[in-house]
Ligand binder design. Sequence first.
Ligand code: HH2
Length: 279
Amino acid sequence: MTLELRGQRLDLSRPRLMGVLNLTPDSFSDGGRFLSPEAALARAQALKEEGADLLDLGAESTRPGAAPVPLAEERRRLLPALEAVLPLGLPVSVDTRKPELAEEALRMGAHLINDTSGLADPRMAEVAARHRAPLVVMHTPDPDPRRMMDAARYLDVVTEVRAFLLQRARRAERLGVGQVVLDPGLGFGKTARQNLALLRGLGALAGLGYPLLVGASRKRTIGELTGVENPAARVCGSVGAHLAAARRGARLLRVHDVAAHREALAVFWAVEGDGPDRP
Ligand code: HH2
């Protein structure tokens, strides 16, 4: 399986690392650290050196309870940083729920749109289609982070998330998107128990045939399982979750701690992988 990133190709025959770059003052684990374009570039360079295969730039926190950021503010945070990091040559994903901003980012040369609203606005698919960019369709039971935890009610979370993703992926394709990436949206309107059920059941999502992205990095469920309260210190727990995801077919892992994941994946893949590059 290959991800076609507007001229760049990413081979997904093995798991790849998407390095998180948050341009927000209030992200739950690293808010306020990379606000200036200079700080963003330095962080992007570090993520590249650690072995990131692509970057994910986000300028609006989606942690449970977060208030929406107006378009002008999100644009002010995102676009200068995007301009600064594009020359590094790594594919850049833009994490936004606003089609207007996705349009501008793609015009500047971004490679992928990461829409955590679950394609709440079909214009997002039209924008991705127009620019021949792949689109991440992520599950959330409510696109508003202030309400999403109230919607954490499922009879069978794996079946419901699978049906949602398939329906939204088909909608994106009908609107012209060439390649859709699916994501179960860990933590988006899901309790720890539901997140774990989804991780266990990832095979059912991988079986849909779309590339599968998983983001468990530093999330609350990792803290609950490990007892590590400081999100930035949840590295080992995050690695554990992502190896379990990779084993079930996830091929893009959205992570803050790239170096740790790179090392863990090297060993994991030497044992579990079946490609020609196996040692
Ligand atoms: N999780 C977060 C943000 N964007 N995108 C995808 N596709 N999948 C995810 O699981 C996902 C995501 C939340 O993490 P983070 O960016 O660290 O925090 P915040 O939303 O507070 O900025």
